[in-house]
Design a protein around this ligand. Structure first.
Ligand code: ATP
Ligand code: MG
Length: 619
């Protein structure tokens, strides 16, 4: 459970945001539009940002000094002036370029720092925002698509700043300087730079707007490709087990082709970039204009050289802007995608000001309705009451809503109607962290991180000592097998726990629950994957775990059902019977049928292999 460090009061904006978890460090980022979002991140680094702008400007200024000084030197030579004057002009050129080198270094350094910081900030913000989203949000987001946004789209923002913005600022100065310097040679010479500037702005506007659409498509197709990749790797066992490799390769190939096509389309737009033609026109037009002025006696040869030098400065922005503006378009498209996630509404909120207290463990469902999707209701009018310390069993056929019911208790999802109360307080009024840290769910499918066994056990209690971890593992009957692993507790579990059997995974999860010592423990089918030899020991572990706390067992095992204080029988999302084992045997025909079937003579040869599910009797 992600608890925030520190407990400063929430800002008004945070209160307005609905999230399970809010990262305070990003108070200042503005989510109202991609441009504002980018700007709010830029603003957080004023020093390196200004150094970058200053470096870009001074670089351009010192670059334009060169043609100006060369023009002067020409005039001195043509006028038959002394070599001393030429030498001092040469020294001025050398000096200015040395200064330019130093400034250039500063610019590169600050622009790199600036871009990397923005990448880091945005990635941190996006990650924090992802962890704050409700399960409903995550249920509908392909993991690969989100990964593409956190890795590649955020990276695009870095490239948007450097080289993108850096080059645009730097080269922008190369456009403005001729506008300032040329009129000092002769006022009429402002004509060419001015026309160039107007045409350049129009061309860039058109260029960026056509790039923006295709950049969005590039990013989206990349996301789709990534989503498929992640899903196939996640389900690699199924792909191999059903011999679908060829089909998957073909399908993936199609997605890769689409990414390529979109990028080629982007290249196509870049290739049609006609600012290069504009450069040619400016050179020819500027030269003609200068010649006319020369023949009229308004300027001299050196002036022509100096002026043409100014015009040649346009070359830099023209060539770099192909690349720089396409980085801007990609970055903008990425910012839109990132913002789409950050601003996605999520239904749960952290409720930091909510009720906090040590739990006693009373759980009440009051006429609860719930559906994952609006159009399909899963739980109907579910009501029951569990007293602190009781052990209850939830039984029912597959798909009847047992796991769903468990997820409403710790607010993995929120009810649509009715209430879930813990110690008489609606779970929605509890502080979410206080609520979840006192409830432990051992899921039906146990997820382990690719970290050491010890780290996995201490996941809910990061400061647990080695002794505590081993103690928990012993109680969960896991110590023995852990010690038989090559590095004992330090053995790193492979991807998705594949190096452990189902039973071993379950015992680790039970150890994890022992360590967090929850007031309410929910075991979802937790012994189904354990062989009968281990079962006895696991049973003991569960009894030990259940002692002194409210325990909800979602199970098909009759030994556990019999032992429960209270049994809830679910059928198609409705409670069809509840009570103790004896009560149910007396009052519920359905329940009696289950037991009759289970305890009756074994008629099928395979039925002797293990326990039959009592739920089957409910059909
Ligand atoms: P089992 O014994 O097989 O574990 P269960 O009783 O635990 O079954 P649930 O997992 O609660 O059943 O599922 C109840 C219904 O809710 C099913 O019809 C299932 O399709 C649906 N369902 C479960 N999880 C989701 C989800 N994340 N999004 C949408 N529907 C879901
Ligand atoms: Mg289930």
């Amino acid at each position: 459970m992600g608890l925030l460090p520190g407990s400063a009061p929430l800002s008004d904006r945070e209160k307005g945001m609905s999230s399970e978890f809010i990262a305070r460090a990003f108070d200042k980022s503005d989510h109202s539009s991609p441009a504002r979002f980018i700007w709010s991140h830029i603003r957080r680094h004023p020093v390196v940002g200004l150094l970058m702008v200053f470096g870009a400007f001074s670089n351009a200024a010192l670059a334009s000094v060169v043609p100006y000084l060369i023009g002067q030197a020409f005039n001195v030579i043509i006028a038959g002036g002394g070599m001393k004057r030429v030498a001092s002009l040469t020294l001025a050129i050398v000096g200015s370029q040395l200064g330019r080198g130093v400034l250039q270094f500063m610019r590169n350094f600050s622009s790199e720092t600036f871009a990397q910081r923005i990448e880091r900030d945005v990635r941190d913000e996006l990650y924090a925002s992802l962890l704050g989203k409700s399960m409903t949000f995550h249920d509908f987001q392909p993991v690969g698509e989100i990964m593409a946004r956190v890795t590649n789209d955020v990276r695009e923002l870095n490239l948007m700043m450097n080289p993108g913005l850096n080059l645009i600022l730097g080269s922008g100065m190369f456009i403005l300087l001729p506008l300032v310097v040329s009129p000092t040679i002769h006022p009429a010479l402002i004509l060419t730079p001015l026309l160039f500037l107007l045409a350049y702005v129009l061309i860039q506007y058109h260029y960026v707007s056509s790039l923006h659409r295709v950049a969005q498509e590039v990013r989206a197709s990349f996301g789709r490709m990534n989503a498929r990749l992640a899903e196939t790797l996640d389900g690699i066992e199924v792909v191999k087990g059903t011999a679908q490799e060829k089909e998957e390769i073909r399908y993936f190939g199609g997605l890769v082709d689409r990414v390529r096509d979109r990028i080629v389309e982007q290249g196509d737009i870049e290739a049609r970039y006609f600012a290069i033609l504009l450069l040619g026109l400016a050179t020819v037009g500027g030269f003609l204009h200068a010649l006319i002025l020369y023949r009229a006696g308004a300027i001299n040869t050196g002036d022509i050289v100096a002026f043409m030098g100014q015009i040649s400065l346009f070359g830099f922005p023209v060539f770099t802007s192909i690349f720089a503006f396409s980085r801007m378009a990609s970055g903008y498209a990425s910012a839109e995608r990132i913002l789409n996630i950050i601003t996605a509404r999520t239904d749960l909120d952290q409720n930091e000001g909510g009720y906090q207290a040590p739990m006693r463990g009373a759980v009440t469902f009051e006429r609860v309705d719930f559906g994952y999707l609006d159009e399909r209701q899963i739980l109907h009018d579910v009501s029951f009451n569990i007293r602190p310390g009781q052990t209850i069993a939830v039984v029912g056929q597959t798909g009847s809503g047992k796991s769903t019911l468990a997820k409403l208790i710790n607010r993995t999802y929120d009810v649509d109607a009715g209430r879930v109360l813990i110690d008489g307080v609606d779970v929605r009024d509890w502080n979410l962290a206080a609520l979840r840290s006192q409830i432990s769910i051992i899921e039906q499918e146990i997820f382990l991180f690719s970290r050491s066994i010890a780290d996995n056990i201490r996941f809910g209690k990061p400061d647990a000592t080695q002794e505590e971890i081993e103690e928990a593992a012993r109680k969960a009957q896991a110590h023995e097998f852990i010690m038989s692993l090559p590095q004992g507790y330090e053995t790193v579990i492979g991807q998705r726990g594949v190096t452990l059997s189902g039973g071993q995974r379950q015992r680790l999860a039970i150890a994890r629950a022992f360590l967090t010592d929850p007031r309410i423990l929910i075991l979802d089918d937790s012994t189904s994957a354990i062989d009968s030899a281990t079962e006895d020991r696991i049973q003991k572990a569960i009894w030990a775990a259940a002692r002194g706390r409210t325990t909800i067992l979602i199970t098909h095992r009759l030994s556990q059902i019999r032992w429960a204080d209270h049994i809830i029988v679910l059928r198609k999302g409705r409670v069809v019977a509840q009570g103790t084992h004896e009560e149910l045997l007396n009052t519920s025909e359905a329940y009696r049928r289950i037991f009759a079937r289970y305890e009756g003579p074994v008629t099928r040869p395979d039925a002797a292999q293990g326990e039959r599910s009592p739920a089957q009797g409910l059909d």
